[in-house]
Ligand binder design. Sequence first.
Ligand code: A2H
Length: 256
Amino acid sequence: EGVGPQEYLLIKMHVLEENFETLECLKPLKGKEVFLAAATLRPETMYGQTNCWILPEGEYGAYELKSKEVFVMAERAALNLSYQEQFEEEGKPKLLCTMKGSELMGCSVKAPNAVLEKIYVLPMLTISMTKGTGVVTSVPSDSPDDFMALSDLKSKEALRAKFNVKDEWVVPFEVIPIINIPGYGDASAPAVCEELKIKSQNDRQKLDEAKHRTYLKGFTDGVMIVGEYKGKPVKEVKPIIKQEMVEANTGLIYSE
Ligand code: A2H
């Protein structure tokens, strides 16, 4: 992270119809097109999404864009988007309702480009509400933070119980290999987490080191092993996939 603006792709994770009956906080939004808007720096990894992360203690809002689509995200991100021509009024994003992250647990979504048809919202305790949207998509094959947060939920029944996480939202979901990095194999995040003996999502120092190792190498040496660009280098296809998602309206560029 440097000075100057950071450009993310906001991934539109489509909230499935069933949630408008089952989740109290989404009832006011029934009939609308609702998305959890997740900020990512790795659009080429979206094939490997296994879940969506939300901060249980976080405050989120549902905002109606000028396109009439509704994005669930932190207020700060909505305000930023209002200065990026996404809302009717600059500086005044249209808020429909608010919710706590904990109310969204188990929400099912269809995520763009994902190999899996349906994935669920799960708790991540290290999300910052002052970066991106406060919504993070999870790609445990290539993100050490995502891998450890998913491993924590899989191995700790008490953690699942604390956040009302049902086994079926977690247990069936395994790492999906999507990128080969010479030296790290087909799933770099689990390999590096093991190499550094990382114990949990709270092992900040080691996770920063793991992120550093995988992030740079994924870009410079990574080769896609799934999808339309199978066999091609990450550095070549990353901008193409990003552009394609913008054109397909499954993602949108966001700066802060
Ligand atoms: B990345 P930077 Cl596969 N709190 O997307 C915590 N983490 C957040 C966040 C928030 N509010 N908003 C975004 N992020 C995550 C994919 C990915 C990411 C992979 C590998 C590495 C990676 C799937 N998760 O990021 O602080 C998002 O996770 C490593 C840098 O702006 C986003 O990209 O540098 C990244 O952190 C943005 O982090």
